[in-house]
Ligand binder design. Structure first.
Ligand code: FE2
Length: 299
């Protein structure tokens, strides 16, 4: 695996490297710092007067989950969060007329056993491509507060081109969305939905734990196996992630190789253009549809 730090490669060359399993670490950019600042203010306000770094010591987990359930969608739909992503993509050398992104999400990882499921799900080793993500998807990961090797995310590079027996055959993105909405309507707090997981022992080592500064970002292919590191740092971790695709790669069906994903459906309809937030052309989305998008529609 190659790790590029502060690389001068063009976006096209960078994508080609990402599709080979490489990681890119980008220095903090002005828009990324604004995005982190927005997230920090929203987190601070949501938990006030409790210090966001002491939630696990000072707030019942149930109350924390309730606040996160309100905070996380509010960040996703905040008008400024999309604007800052737009700025961040431009500052990273992406062509805004060709690059599409999905909404940025705040993720949390708490120390010990505090809030491990549902709204603060600690992700087991997975590839996003087990969750109906396209093989040209690039993941962007940004720490909101300082992170350490004890509360960051890990990539398991030796599985990039090595298949793992996994449960993706039972995953359909459209079904998942429909069930999510139904569960939300029932006010179910814990997450009982089935997620695609490895179905054989996974050797997590060697793993790459990338620690970058606030507002810096690292990029990796949706096909890279990654997981939430068990948080042994004593402080919560807050991060932002979002995904991008380039329309030329979508149309050409370029991207990382598929070694073991068998899920159905596609997340392609979620991506919006950097320039004007419009969706991908219908013919581009159609290339990835398999008919299941018609099966799981809201009654
Ligand atoms: Fe993921």
């Amino acid at each position: 695996m190659n790790i590029y730090v502060d690389s001068m490669l063009t976006d096209e060359a960078r994508r080609a490297e990402l599709y080979r399993g490489s990681i890119f670490v980008l220095p903090p950019s002005s828009s990324a710092l604004k995005l982190c600042q927005l997230a920090r203010e929203m987190i601070k306000d949501a938990f006030c007067p409790v210090d966001p770094m002491k939630l696990h010591q000072q707030m019942p987990a149930k109350r924390c989950a309730e606040i996160l359930a309100e905070l996380k969608p509010r960040f996703i739909h905040h008008a400024l969060s999309k604007r800052y992503i737009q700025g961040m993509l431009a500052e990273a050398g992406c062509d805004l007329s060709q690059t599409y992104f999905d909404v940025p999400r705040i993720r949390t990882a708490f120390p010990g056993d505090y809030l491990k499921s549902g709204i603060a799900y600690a992700f087991h080793p997975h590839r996003d491509t087990w969750y109906s993500a396209p093989f040209c998807q690039i993941n962007w990961w940004i720490p909101i507060y300082e992170v350490s090797t004890e509360n960051c995310m890990a990539i398991h590079p030796h599985y990039f081109d090595r298949p793992i027996k996994n449960g993706s055959r039972d995953y359909n993105y459209h079904k998942w969305n429909l069930e999510s909405r139904q569960k939300a309507a029932q006010h179910v707090k814990s997450d009982a939905r089935i997620q695609p997981k490895p179905e054989e022992p996974v050797k997590l080592d060697p793993e790459v734990r990338l620690v970058c500064s606030v507002g810096a970002a690292y990029l990796f292919s949706a096909a890279n196996l990654h997981s939430t590191v068990p948080n042994t740092s004593g402080v919560p971790r807050y991060s932002i992630d979002f995904r991008t695709v380039h329309v030329a790669d979508v149309l050409n069906r370029a991207g990382a190789p598929n070694v073991d994903s068998e899920c159905t459906g596609t997340t392609m309809s979620d991506f919006i253009r950097g320039a004007d937030f419009s969706h991908l052309p219908a013919e581009a989305i159609a290339l990835y549809q398999d008919g299941t998008e018609q099966l799981y529609v809201k009654a």
